[in-house]
Design a protein around this ligand. Structure first.
Ligand code: BGC
Length: 302
């Protein structure tokens, strides 16, 4: 297993569950499950994967630093006869189709990020003011993006706003900036935006919860109050964020089901090893987190 970087809140939950499931539920010995940190550096991660190949591991589960490296890495694994399960960072469609056309033992397990974006937009539409909390007739927002090379970031950005415009709501983008999935970067972006745009901002969209937590710090420091004079949504359903949603400190989030994703990824890795048929793509559903179901979600993740 190689994770794009260990220093990522969501991927840490995912990785922990993946190892737990492989060892406790599927019965792998701990010493047979090796996990490495890609440290956010594709060259370094490619080296690690080369070492995995030299050591003849039976199957690889890879969370690439750059999804665009999938064709090269897939070919390396194919040469060596080692199947690969990609997770979390989706290779492009042409690459996924090539696995089918060339009968390559590779698959992707993830979620359709369009769904999470749409849910974020719906959460804003479901607020009392339909997102227009300052009442000036349009929904003005700032968008704090993940790594824009990542399709999760691209789709969440596009589809959160699309949910509003599809509902006939007028929108205005005040700012769109990359926060690379990172809490501290997002806090700075939100702080600068609040200084610059003040009460004009109705909504802060964040592509993930780590960044939403950063934005929340900036919002509170600026003397603003979520759900009173500004809305804030993220994606992932980190424990702290789900608690904030329950306590009316954040508007909403979307559960990025790392249990379902980790289990499917491990199951498919085992299927490859056992010579079973494996499709090229498996998608796990996102779940909208509302005040009604937040308690149930919290029970699952805590
Ligand atoms: C998650 C982010 C995470 C990223 C890593 C996304 O699906 O929502 O929190 O940083 O994956 O690739």
């Amino acid at each position: 297993i190689s994770i794009y970087k260990f220093d990522d809140n969501f991927m840490t939950l995912y990785r922990t569950e993946l190892v737990r499931y492989l060892t406790e539920d599927l019965g792998f010995k701990a010493e047979n499950v090796v996990v490495q940190d890609g440290k956010g550096d594709q060259a370094e991660q490619t080296n690690q994967i080369n070492n995995f190949i030299t050591q003849k591991y039976d199957v690889l589960i890879l969370n690439l630093v750059q999804a665009s490296s999938a064709p090269e890495i897939t070919d390396m694994c194919k040469e060596a006869g080692i199947p690969v399960v990609y997770i979390n960072r989706e290779p492009d469609e042409a690459e996924e189709q090539r696995w089918v056309d060339e009968k390559i033992n590779a698959t992707y397990v993830g979620c359709d990020a369009r769904q999470s974006g749409t849910y974020q937009g719906e959460e804003i539409l479901e607020t009392e003011t339909k997102g227009d909390i300052n009442g000036d007739g349009k929904v003005s927002y700032i968008m704090i993006q993940g790594d824009p090379e990542n399709v999760d970031a691209q789709y969440r950005t596009e589809f959160s706003v699309k949910a509003l415009t599809d509902a006939g709501v007028e929108v205005e983008e005040l700012l769109k900036q990359r926060g690379d999935w990172d809490q501290a970067k997002a806090q700075q972006i939100a702080q600068d935006a609040l200084n610059q745009y003040g009460d004009k901002i109705d909504v802060v969209f964040c592509n993930n919860d780590a960044m939403a937590l950063g934005a929340l710090q900036a919002i509170e420091a600026a003397g603003r109050t979520v759900n009173k004079d500004i809305y804030l949504v993220g994606v992932d359903a980190l424990v702290e964020v789900v608690e904030n949603v329950m306590n009316d400190k954040m508007t909403g989030t979307v559960f990025n089901d790392y249990f379902g994703q980790a289990h499917t990824a491990a199951d498919k890795a085992l299927d490859f090893v056992n010579g079973k048929d494996v499709d090229n793509v498996y998608m796990v559903d996102y779940v909208k987190v509302t005040t009604e179901n937040a308690g149930d979600i919290l029970e699952m993740i805590k």
